[in-house]
Design a protein around this ligand. Structure first.
Ligand code: AVI
Length: 304
């Protein structure tokens, strides 16, 4: 029996069933997430890209000329392209768990930037944080865009930020995106897009688990629920069972009566001041932050 099967069995048989958001991301899930980022409702990706484009020079003015960009969870290395174009760093180190993704992206990108030394690392987040920076070499800038930091629970987030601090090394920097608290209607729309991509992305966790662990979910019998929890300052995503179901995992049969909600994701929303404090707690010294005119999204630059 795999660790994954045991982990899923334990989380689904808990009094409040949950699933780890990592199960969203098989090949179809990554394509669906890509589709989400292009919906009119999901503002974070395009707002962050616009901020990077507008302020890339201002950011560079606070950084040393000789820089290696390290990007944990780089995926298709899309967001870094703008920085490679504008900054021409001496190196780029994508850290990504999907070998294929890493190979495809670096094979496409490396020839376009002959002056940038590519060192692709196939590793998951936890391993990614244990690549010591070379204190004698160029400064390392850790790039963590997309407000993925908002998908960590507060304690795990503090640990992860401290890990980013280690990855940056003593002379390094962090450039990180953080989605902001705002009108709940805007947030609710972003996680309930009219085309249904977010709903499909949410249900895809069940398709993924059926394929991997043969659980026997009927994904179409689950309703997508996403809403802003104002007191916890987070979007919550759930899958609500419309009819009684019994699934099986790790030699266990688990009953999911109609109305059961499986909590699949939290996406925390920040204030600029609050997020800066979290950076300080993790050992960073905040340098600057940039926010779009509507106050939707923030990018923070900090020194180790
Ligand atoms: C990857 N992450 C930053 C996304 C978010 O907004 O929390 C994941 C997502 N879930 C639903 N839509 C997007």
């Amino acid at each position: 029996m795999t660790d994954a099967a045991q982990e899923v069995a334990a989380s689904l048989s808990a009094p409040s069933p949950t699933l780890d958001p990592k199960y969203f991301y098989d090949e179809r899930g990554s394509a669906l997430f890509d589709a989400i980022t292009r919906t009119p409702e999901y503002y974070p990706t395009r707002t962050e890209a616009a901020l990077l484009a507008e302020h890339a020079d201002a950011m560079a003015s606070e950084l040393p000329g000789d820089l290696v960009i390290a990007e944990p969870g780089a995926g298709g290395c899309d967001k870094v392209r703008l920085l490679l174009d504008r900054w021409r760093p001496s190196g780029y180190m994508p850290l990504e768990i999907s070998r294929q993704c890493l190979l495809d992206a670096t094979r496409e990108l490396a020839p376009r930037y002959p002056s940038v030394r590519f060192s692709a690392v196939c590793a998951d987040y936890s391993q990614a944080l244990s690549f010591p920076a070379d204190d004698l070499g160029p400064a390392r800038l850790v790039f963590f865009p997309g407000s993925t930091i908002g998908n960590f629970e507060p304690t795990a987030r503090a640990d992860f930020l401290a890990g980013l601090r280690r990855l940056a090394g003593d002379h390094g920097y962090l450039l990180i995106g953080a989605d902001l608290q705002k009108d709940p209607a805007r947030l609710n729309a972003a996680y309930n897009d009219a085309r249904g991509h977010t709903a499909a992305f949410n249900r895809n966790a069940l398709h993924h688990l059926n394929r991997r662990l043969n659980c026997g979910f009927d994904p179409d019998a689950f309703e997508h629920r996403a809403f802003y929890n104002e007191s916890a300052r987070r979007i919550e995503m759930h899958l609500e069972c419309r009819r009684d179901q019994t699934i099986s995992v790790a030699d266990q049969r688990i009953q999911l009566p109609a109305g059961t909600r499986i909590h699949t994701e939290n996406s925390y929303k920040f204030t600029v001041e609050g997020f800066s404090r979290e950076l300080v707690d993790a050992g960073f010294a905040p340098l600057s932050s940039w926010v779009d005119e509507e106050g939707l999204f923030s990018i923070h630059l900090a020194r180790a």
